[in-house]
Design a protein around this ligand. Structure first.
Ligand code: SF4
Length: 399
């Protein structure tokens, strides 16, 4: 699964474009796309492809001459919409040169620019229209004996994007690039992208992804892409932070602590899982699988590793101690050493808090109880025995 992004700079502004390429590479982009709307961008492209640490895709619209020039400039891939490049002959010229130079292409269909003959179908069935356009482009490229391409169908509409890509994946054997066009700001655009792409990626559809966000900072798109891939366990990169949602039992400034932990983790490349818990009422509880974690209280808290306390420290020192322990472990190739006395003190502190709050129904305890109930014999009976169901006699009635 390849992470792609696009620079937001004027490509001809070589220094600014290179700076952004460096930043997106550092954030984890595997490939980067640059807009090439003018001859001066092609000129810059010649240097960019040499200096870029990752492959560079030239994004071309309307002008097949620029596509030819971009291939000659050394672009690693060309992004082209065969529908707006000026007819079959011009697409053929680009395909011929791309074949000769072994340069792949991404052929894309956007909901906003479907060919005229599909407009009526688009009004009736947008999914069908998008897929028909993509399949027609595929047939066109095949008729030109060019098959070194991936295909994208993009729409601002999330359900259409999901439906169209599902259908497309059944119809063509080529790699698929996923994206939600003009998804929006970092907040709403990330969510829209996670919903749309997440559904497709979970189905096993998609080979490259790009998150389109309204931000000048292209590296933010890359970070969001990685979070989606990490959430689906499709790729690993750097730490995973887990944090409780907090509730009325919270006893310290969790917002600031989580933000600090998240920010400090950005400098780590190791795929460690780090947990932040707002209290120790549940003990280490659901975070026991984490490699490291902290659970805090008003005055003190505990740093733990793999479900066992490492040490108890004042709340103000929790984050620093957590990172000291992470660093120590990484220096020892991931080995965690427990000091018996400190660990026992920490464990006793956690136990004391657990005991003091034994009667509390915390979100974690409720989840554990629900799990236990679901696995019990009673749960089986509930499914089949209408009489003991809490909804007995009330099903399907509306007062
Ligand atoms: S009870 Fe759970 S959700 Fe509430 S603060 Fe403690 S760990 Fe967080």
């Amino acid at each position: 699964m390849v992470v792609q992004t696009m620079t937001k700079t004027e490509t001809a502004n070589l220094e600014a474009t290179m700076e952004q390429i460096e930043k997106v590479t550092e954030a984890g982009a595997d490939v980067v796309r640059v807009a090439v709307p003018r001859d001066k961008d092609v000129e810059a492209l010649k240097t960019i492809v040499k200096r870029s640490p990752i492959p560079v895709i030239a994004d071309i619209h309307f002008n097949h001459t620029l596509a030819l020039k971009a291939i000659d400039a050394g672009a690693d891939c060309i992004r082209l919409n065969p529908g707006n490049i000026g007819g079959r002959d011009k697409v053929a010229e680009v395909a011929e040169l791309a074949n000769l130079k072994d340069v792949p292409m991404r052929i894309g269909v956007n909901s906003g620019s479907l060919p005229k003959h599909l407009h009526a179908l688009e009004a009736e069935n947008p999914t069908e229209a998008l897929v028909t356009a993509a399949v027609e482009f595929v047939a066109l490229m095949e008729s030109l004996e060019f098959t070194n391409f991936k295909v994208s169908i993009k729409s601002t509409n999330v359900p259409d994007t999901i439906a169209a890509n599902r259908l497309l994946s059944e119809k063509i054997p080529y790699p698929i690039h996923l994206g939600i066009t003009e998804a929006g700001t970092k907040w709403s655009g990330s969510l829209k992208s996670a919903v749309g792409m997440g559904a497709l990626l979970a189905d096993g559809i998609g080979d490259t992804i790009r998150i389109s966000l309204s931000t000048f900072h292209a590296e933010e798109e890359v970070k969001v892409a990685w979070e989606i891939l990490k959430a689906l366990k499709l790729r690993e990169r750097g730490p995973v932070l887990i944090a409780c949602p907090t509730c009325g039992r919270l006893q310290f400034d969790m917002d600031a602590v989580v933000a600090e932990v998240e920010q400090r983790l950005e400098s780590y490349e190791e795929a460690i899982e780090v947990a932040v818990l707002g209290c120790a009422v549940n003990g280490i509880g659901e975070a026991k699988h984490a490699d490291f974690g902290i659970a805090g209280a008003r005055n003190e808290g505990v740093v733990f590793a793999h479900g066992k306390a490492l040490k108890k420290v004042p709340t103000a020192k929790l984050v620093d101690t957590l990172f000291e322990q992470i660093d120590l472990s990484l220096d020892r190739d991931g080995e965690v050493r427990f000091d018996e006395k400190e660990s026992a003190e920490g464990q006793a502190w956690v136990q004391k808090i657990e005991e003091e709050n034994a009667g509390d129904l915390t979100p974690e305890k409720i989840a554990a109880m629900e799990k236990e109930a679901a696995l019990s014999d009673e749960a089986d009976k509930l499914l089949v025995d209408e009489k003991i169901s809490p909804t007995a006699g009330r099903r399907f009635t509306r007062a």
